[in-house]
Design a protein around this ligand. Structure first.
Ligand SMILES: NC(=O)c1ccc[n+]([C@@H]2O[C@H](COP(=O)([O-])OP(=O)(O)OC[C@H]3O[C@@H](n4cnc5c(N)ncnc54)[C@H](OP(=O)(O)O)[C@@H]3O)[C@@H](O)[C@H]2O)c1
Length: 303
């Protein structure tokens, strides 16, 4: 059941946004994307400069774009790429990633678009893990408090909007900066991989997230859904799986308590999400981490 509705991706130069744009385009679904004005990926071609802080989306894209007979699916991937920055620069972060983001959502609704917002597993405190959509929220840090405010704004003002919460997203492209790329560098340098002890996560393939967003539009999902690989890993076990795939089963993987990592703001220890409701509604099948790592390995070998 293809969705022929046009997509607008706010933040299409980023990790998830760029995969979503490519995924939709490959299926012949019309999609346009934005990048920030001042960001690090200014050189990405064919993206429309749009800055949450200064620009209004209807002026930027043009009112005609939203006059399509089918509602525009507007996916908001714009975000800060450093969680601790939200804590250090709380006022600025709040202005851009809460106030301006809510204004963007209101603008999208006012022209008949359906907003999709990407939120985080960190709206939970990380004490238990395997969180489903009914679990009470308790944001672990400032980044998550800001995400939750946008979620709540949508719930109050845009019942047709859809929020997906995500845990750690990974890819198979060695040219992209994910923790697989970081682990590969350490492996190559013969240096230990240091992991947060007892950290449990549900790492999810970025291509599966792109397909989930397409499916969410097809199924007209609204409210909050968790999109997460059903495989849950201790972080150190995922690192060991990675090392084995590279023929280095004895490479040192060291576990240290979260407190020793000295993050500026708090982190959730067990961030894993339960994505079974979404998977049931859409029949999305996730790619196993073993397969993602094998693909990563194949792309390294092909270089
Ligand atoms: N990646 C994960 O593991 C993960 C996990 C949970 C939730 N999420 C959520 O998923 C979304 C996408 O994440 P991502 O990893 O793809 O992020 P990303 O790679 O850092 O990309 C962020 C995007 O936002 C744009 N942007 C930044 N500041 C902006 C501003 N002021 N105005 C307009 N656009 C701005 C960036 O543009 P430039 O390229 O021009 O800077 C880029 O296109 C975020 O909301 C994130 O919180 C991600």
């Amino acid at each position: 059941m293809p969705s022929e509705e046009p997509f607008l991706i706010i933040g299409a130069s980023g990790f998830i946004g760029s995969h979503l744009l490519a995924h939709l385009t490959a299926q012949g679904i019309p999609a346009v994307g934005t990048r920030s004005r001042s960001g690090k990926r200014r050189g990405v071609p064919d993206l429309i400069p749009f800055d949450l802080d200064h620009d209004r989306i209807v002026d930027t894209v043009g009112r005609d774009f939203f006059a399509s007979p089918r509602p525009v699916q507007a996916v908001v991937c714009a975000a800060v790429d450093n969680m601790d920055w939200c804590f250090r620069e709380r006022e600025t972060s709040r202005r851009i990633f809460v106030n301006r983001t809510c204004r963007l959502m209101d603008d999208l609704v006012s022209v008949g678009a359906r907003p999709t917002f990407l939120s985080t597993c960190f709206v939970f405190d990380g004490a238990e893990g395997n969180y489903d959509e009914d679990h009470p929220v308790s944001p672990v840090n400032e980044y998550a408090r800001q995400k939750l405010e946008v979620e709540q704004h949508l719930a109050a003002h845009a019942p047709q909007a859809w929020t997906l919460r995500l845990d750690k997203i990974v890819g198979d492209n060695p040219a992209e900066e994910t923790f697989f790329t970081q682990w590969f560098r350490l492996l190559n340098a013969g240096q230990p991989i240091v992991c947060i002890a007892d950290s449990v996560l549900s790492p999810t393939f970025v291509e599966d997230v792109a397909e989930a967003i397409r499916l969410g539009a097809v199924h007209r999902l609204a409210g909050v859904h968790h999109v997460a690989n059903p495989e849950q890993f201790l972080r150190a076990d995922l690192a060991r799986l990675f090392c084995r795939a590279f023929g280095a089963p004895d490479h040192p993987v060291i576990e240290k308590p979260l407190a020793e990592f000295r993050f500026t703001d708090a982190r959730a220890l067990k961030s894993s999400l339960n994505g079974s409701r979404f998977a049931r509604l859409t029949s999305l099948r996730h790619t196993s981490m073993n397969e993602v790592i094998q693909r990563f390995h194949a792309r390294i070998s092909a270089r």
